[in-house]
Design a protein around this ligand. Sequence first.
Ligand code: GLV
Ligand code: MN
Ligand code: MN
Length: 413
Amino acid sequence: MADLDPVELGLKAEAMIRALATISAEEGRITRLYLTPEHRRAADLVAQWMADAGLSVSEDALGTVRGRLDGPGKRLLIGSHIDTVNDAGAYDGTFGVIAGILGAAHFQATGRPLPFGLDVLAFGDEEGSRFPATLLCSSAVAGHFDPETLAVESVDGVRLEDALRAYGKDPGLIGEAAYGPDEALAYVEAHIEQGPVLERADEALGIVTAIAGQSRLIVTVIGEAGHAGTVPMTIRRDALVAAAEMALALEALARDYADDFMVGTVGKITAAPGTANVIPARVSFTADLRSQSDSVRLAALARLRAEVQAIADRRRVTAWMERSHDAPAIPCDVSIQDGLARAVIAQGGQGLRLPSGAGHDGQAVGKLCPIGMLFVRCRGGISHNPAEFCAPEDMGRAVATLIAFVEGLADEG
Ligand code: GLV
Ligand code: MN
Ligand code: MN
């Protein structure tokens, strides 16, 4: 591994993280949603970095920025996402894109010929924070974009198709974003762990064994509006308290299946008419359910459906659930795991393996080719929170490890 200085790589990564963190819809907070002006600015900056690294840059019909390093045969894909949740941390997704660019820059600068091509991908929608759909860009790259998704409406009331056109994209060209089945060698992503395992093990890096399966739902509850001062408690049909009981049922259910890494979250709730002195008549809330086991997740979903119905019946409200996202658990390729473990160990780590409870673009790209992920510890395991922090030296180790992994893959021919 010639000319590799993890400290210098870490400082470069940190400077790039800081630069992307300034691109936000909100002063003092990081909020960068798909197909917004902030997404455009972040994509332009990433494209500039890719060009500076000597990569040829293009953008597909869903806005994924691609930096290409030519090479024979199949292409190794390295990527992550540049969208964020609302009031996000600076590292989720962005670090993986930056790691890919720094890795590709290394191969471009050293001129070491690789027996495969290399593409760095900066996806625009992994979080699903703006549209009730997620992994849109990586699904298109995998050739699994569902055209019906073009009709979904964003939180700000824009259809995906219209948002794409306003972003300067032609939805008719989405099919061209897909790699051919024989084109992609593998997909590798570096990402902050977003959990506490590595920090507790005093390890900077870990290798992901599998990504949890995930279902996201929108639950709608219809009750009856009424005067908050006059309607007796016994005859109310309050949609908000019914929804609150449903959220508690989801929590209890997830706890019941905790052995299978089941987690359940109500992340957003809206109540209408939304006035202090009116009994809520219409509530909608999101439910996010995840597990390493698809059968456990599906069993929990069936139980949730039954409990929502029972609560609705008891409280004399109407309720229904719609699924907005479903992704099966995806195993990481064992030979990629082994290659990453060798690279981690060569950097002085143990090669610890762990599952991912967070969703990642690899879940979509896994439909195209084998995938692998390298996790980097983050302080306190905190993520989806402005306090998210990953030490520059850990990021530097991760980039050096990613480079060593690619070299190992090249040595295998
Ligand atoms: C993405 O960050 C997810 O796991 O929801
Ligand atoms: Mn992420
Ligand atoms: Mn995230």
